[in-house]
Design a binder for this molecule. Structure first.
Ligand SMILES: CC(C)(COP(=O)(O)OP(=O)(O)OC[C@H]1O[C@@H](n2cnc3c(N)ncnc32)[C@H](O)[C@@H]1OP(=O)(O)O)[C@@H](O)C(=O)NCCC(=O)NCCS
Length: 174
């Protein structure tokens, strides 16, 4: 699993730590993604890792909610993840998810802001891409709230919206 983990010790906001998923933390990741913990899902994770996929946890620091024991890591509670696929044709595709009980609290907007900065400034990724179904109003509002504008696409076998942007568009977004 080691390649799932980037070499950053973590990105910080006032309340969140965003860091690479560590060894033996597959269970928390699968839990948030509503996937079963079994040999099939573990080997899919292993395969992503070998392909150079980055996987970050979004951790609400210093919180240990007893109702979410399964999402605990030493630094706090995992409230979501961000996955970054390896660069292909200059683009890195991003997907993400917030734990259902932690949605609407601004966590993903806060986390994506620092992760996009990191991908452009530190990892020197050229273009980032987020694609969602047209009817996913949460993602559309989130991306537009980040100052990004989408274009029509068809990536999910139906109508979609594609947000594709480079460092310049990200830096000078409004
Ligand atoms: C999309 C998702 C990641 C948003 O996460 P979140 O942590 O709840 O988002 P935030 O709290 O940071 O909200 C960011 C913005 O989106 C808006 N938003 C969040 N959920 C929303 C919803 N269900 N409907 C409309 N707007 C929504 C917020 O109001 C906020 O807008 P604002 O900045 O104008 O106030 C979350 O709903 C999710 O995990 N959905 C399922 C998985 C998914 O669709 N992933 C995307 C695959 S690319």
């Amino acid at each position: 699993m080691s390649r799932l983990f980037s070499n950053t010790s973590g990105l910080h906001t006032s309340r969140l730590l965003i860091r690479a998923v560590g060894q033996y933390e597959e269970r928390q990741y699968l839990n948030i993604n509503e996937l079963p913990y079994n040999s099939k899902t573990l080997s899919a994770l292993q395969e992503w890792s070998q392909q150079g996929c980055l996987l970050f946890f979004i951790i609400l620091r210093n919180t240990h909610r007893w109702s979410q024991l399964e999402l605990h890591v030493p630094e706090g509670t995992v409230v979501g993840f961000i996955q970054v696929l390896p660069e292909r044709n200059r683009r890195s595709e991003i997907s993400f998810r917030t734990q259902s009980s932690s949605r609407g609290l601004g966590y993903m907007k806060e986390a994506l802001t620092v992760v996009f900065d990191y991908l452009f400034e530190v990892l020197q990724r050229l273009e980032l891409l987020v694609e969602t179904r047209t009817d996913n109003s949460a993602v559309r509002r989130l991306m537009e709230g980040l100052g990004l504008r989408g274009q029509p696409g068809s990536g999910f076998g139906g109508p979609s919206i594609v947000y594709e942007f480079g460092r310049h568009s990200w830096t000078y977004r409004h």
